[in-house]
Write a new protein. Structure first.
Length: 241
């Protein structure tokens, strides 16, 4: 029961497996199967009653540990969604949004494109298998007991928000800078030719330039993806140590 609680909480928060696309019954079945494999490898399990105060503390701590590990990886995947938001707002596509089936919220078209691309890359490098390996190793670094994560670990997880915004800005900064130069050029044109409707001419040109720059920037997407995913794995290890 104790490993199952931590693993199920992890699967509820981790990317891809924890999305709304995967039914809850499937996630519980995966958590139960993985718990059956991991439990014989564990030692020094707490001998406490499940329906007691000590048992409730163990349950709460296992849920927090599993959610924290999944949330750290969720932050890493949201970097690419935030990158799409920044690019879409600069391109003028902030109004073009659609429902994201994985989260159930409305995101821009560019964000959905980057999220699908990062998800496929994550699966292609067997990132889901690495996550299963980390949740199995977590019982070695943080044994099942009534004591859970320290206060420093909670501050560490909260500080990852700045890492998410900074990483998204790093990916989108070249395109944002190029679009800023395009908008400055339209500003000069509007001063030199006031009779020209800048809004009617500038929007399609900015959109075309934005799509072209996205295509050119694809060559740096894969290195950025590997860099930030490796940093996310390092953050999970820091959370466990």
């Amino acid at each position: 029961m104790w490993p199952f609680i931590r693993i199920s909480a992890f699967f509820m928060a981790v990317p891809i497996i924890g999305t709304k696309i995967i039914p809850a019954r499937v996630r519980l079945a995966l958590a139960f199967s993985l718990s059956m494999l991991i439990t014989p490898l564990l030692s020094n399990l707490p001998d406490v009653e499940l329906m007691s105060v000590a048992g409730a503390m163990v349950v709460i701590n296992q849920v927090i540990i599993g959610l924290a590990m999944g949330f750290v990886m969720q932050i890493a995947m949201q970097i690419f969604t935030l990158t799409g938001q920044l690019i879409a707002m600069k391109m003028g596509l902030g109004f073009a949004s659609m429902n994201d089936p994985s989260s159930g919220v409305s995101v821009t078209i560019i964000s959905q494109y980057y999220l699908i691309l990062s998800t496929l890359l994550f699966l292609s490098v067997n990132g889901h298998l690495v996550l299963i390996d980390y949740i199995a190793d977590s019982f070695r670094y943080i044994p099942i007991s009534s004591s859970g994560l320290s206060a420093d670990k909670f501050w560490f997880v909260a500080s990852l928000g700045s890492w998410m915004f900074g990483s998204a800005l790093v990916i989108s900064l070249p395109l944002l800078t190029a679009l800023l130069i395009v908008n400055l050029a339209f500003g000069v044109m509007s001063r030199s030719a006031p009779q020209m409707n800048v809004f009617a001419v500038g929007f399609p040109i900015t959109l075309v330039f934005g799509m072209l720059l996205m295509w050119v920037g694809m060559m740096s997407f894969l290195p950025n993806f590997h860099q930030f995913i490796e940093q996310a794995y390092g953050n999970v290890r820091l959370l466990l140590l």
